[in-house]
Structure formats: structure tokens, C-alpha cells
Ligand binder design. Sequence first.
Ligand code: AMP
Ligand code: MG
Length: 420
Amino acid sequence: MLTVEEALEKILEEVDVLGTEYVHILDSLGQVLAEDIKSSIDVPPLDNSAMDGFAVRAEDTRGADEKTPKYLKVTDTILAGSVSRQEVMPGTTMRIMTGAPIPKGADSVVQFEHTDSEKDKNAARAGIMEQARPGLNVRKAGENITRGAIALKKGTVIRPSEIGLLASVGYSKVKVIRRPVVAVLSTGNELVDVGNPLPEGKIYDSNLYAIASLVKRYGGIPKVLGLARDDEAELISKLKQAQDSDMVITTGGVSMGDYDMVKDIIARDGRMVFWKVRVKPGKPLAFGKIKGTDKSGRERTIPHLGLPGNAVSCMVSFELFVRPALLKMMGKKNIGKPTVLAILEDDIKNDAGRRIYDRAIIEKRNGHYYARLTGPQGSGILTSMALANGLVLIPEEKLTVKKGETVQALMLDWNEEVNV
Ligand code: AMP
Ligand code: MG
């Protein structure tokens, strides 16, 4: 049976970085830049004031202090966004607001707090009580970004600060690697969609919504296909609707049951790459490629991940195998979840001989990370997942891990909401 690492490698080999698109900057959060961003302007465009105060010629303030102010004639007021048409002549000054361009003649700004005119907007003269050096409180044109410089490099992951930077150089649209469209389909005769009454013997389909929201969380666009019964014709017809997507995820129907037919359909209609991974939860993971078409109708193959049906198994499999594939498709380089070393607060038995990922609450106390299990670890117990902010990893060969031992923990939520 493949190890987690071997299985992941096979998946990553079969997925490619997607093409590019132009999007409005506000829609680009989390995407990867597909072009260098060259600035056509200086940022800031002009020398401007870092303070509310008086624009002065530094030489006019020589010797000024609180006891011996230098008095200058006030000739203008410059607001942020406007330019004074006048010049600061010797012996004169202008009121200037933060961000307003430095007027001709001035080389420095004395903040209001160091003058006698803090309050009086209409004073005809100002007493300057500080000796300014040239450049005092002046933000130089281009000190942030100079015209012609690369403001952001191709390959950068766009975060809020990058979006701000794009706006500051005047970009409204940006070329990025597009988001993968991921078709999501649940399989099983027992499933009922939310919003309907629950007949005897049935359960609500939770995987569809958990998986679609994982797709969203990691930057993909879920294409929700709904659910299919364990019926070949119905499965095939539903999968037809996935033909133009970049990836297909099904849940259920990959175990040993009489009606587990997802892997047969992958094999018949496409190519199976592997079935089963040495991991718990999530052993019966199936991976293959099925036939699809691109936008212009040309044939291509689409990666199909057949996740196990159990509610926890499919989510853990997603974190381990689907997430890295999606990130690779989006052009990201850093595709692993952050991990920490944590001191275990429970004993864990490994009777499966597989790599175990147990749901845990990971907390930092006195400079150390601690991990405690979120209760029963059955692979259908979704509440154990809802309580967890991480997964502790027990190696394949290790039969028991005792309280107090240090284990590797994979962080699912890093500084996000933790429901404990
Ligand atoms: P399967 O792999 O199809 O045998 O499913 C394994 C277990 O997961 C069974 O108990 C199913 O009822 C359950 N299961 C399968 N699909 C879903 C789903 N979409 N939502 C919730 N539970 C599911
Ligand atoms: Mg089933």
C-alpha cells in the first residue's frame, strides 16, 4: 500500500499549474501573480508632508526654540490633494496638511505642536519654535516605489497588503493564475439533501457541503453536482456534468461494499492511478484521471479524487491530498500545512499499522505546544473534527504513543476560530 508521501507524489505528478486570467484586484486575494507589476508612477508622486504643520525654508528657522520663536508670514493653506501655486519666499510659510505636496521654496515642515498656531487657522503669522533641518517631515517622491521599478514579482501570492500595493500603483485588474473549478459529488443511496425531510434509514449528505467549503477555503471554485445513488448510469450521467471542470471530487463508494463502484467507473472511463493509502482515517482513497473537455471542447483528462465516504475520512483526505493539489494548480509553491511539535496529553494506540491522523486540540502553554484528542476518533464522528484545530500524526510502525511523548501535529486552523 502506498504511503501518504508516495500517494501525494503521484497526485502532484498528475496535476498541472492552470492558465491565467485577468481579475479585478479585489477578486485576486489568495491567487498567484502571473506577471511582474511595473509601476508607471512614483509613489508617492510628489514630495509631501508627513505632518500637519507649516512648510518652511529650514534656513528661516535657524535658532528657533520655545523661548525664541521665529515669526513667519502665513501666505497660503495647502490641503491634501491640492497644489499651491505660490512659492514659500524667505520670511514666509504656508499651513500644510499631512499628505499635501510640499510647495516650491520650502524644504521642511514644522509640525503644529512646535508652533504657536496649533489652533488658530486664520493667524496671519506663525511663531516657529523648532529649528528645522532640510527634509524634516518631508516624504520624498518615489520613496515607496520609484517609477519603472517592479512593485511586485510574478509568482507572488496576493494578500491584502499586495492588493493595497497594486492599488497604490494604479492597477485595477491584474493577471493571475486562475482558480480551479472543482466538481463535487456525493454518492450513496442513503443520502438526502438538506432542506428535505429525513425518511427512515437515510442520513443527510454532509460531505457535499464540507468538501465544497474546503474547496472554497483553499481558493478553488466548487461546482456542486449534488448527490448520486449507487447506480452506474446515474453516476456516469452526473460525472458528465463535471467534464469542463479542473478536478472532480466524489465521496463514498470506494470501499469493498457491493455497491462501491466509483473506482470501477474511473477505471473504465479513464485511468486508475492508485487505490488505497496506508493512512487512518482515509485508507480507501482512489485516484485516477477521467475524460473531460476544455473550454473549446478539446479532449483532456481531469484528475478524479474518490474520497472515502465517512465524514471525517473525506475531510482528512482532502487536507492531506486535495489541498496540496489545488495549491499546485493555483501556482503556489508552499503547499504544506504548517506543523508543530506537540506534547501529547493522551495515550494513543496504533493497531492499524497505518499512519494515523487523530483530531486534536493544539494549544500553546508556557512556551510548549500540547495536543489532546477531541474525544472518540471514529471516522464518521464529525464532531471530533469540528472541535479540532489540528491533527496529530502517529507513525505507521509505532504501536503506542504515551502521554508526555512529543508528536508532530499538523495545524488545520492557525490563529483562526477554535471552538473550545
Ligand atoms: P461508503 O464509503 O460509501 O461505504 O461510505 C462510508 C460511510 O460514510 C457510510 O456510513 C456512509 O453512510 C457514510 N457517508 C457516505 N457519504 C456520505 C455523505 N455524503 N455524507 C455523510 N455520510 C456519508
Ligand atoms: Mg456508499
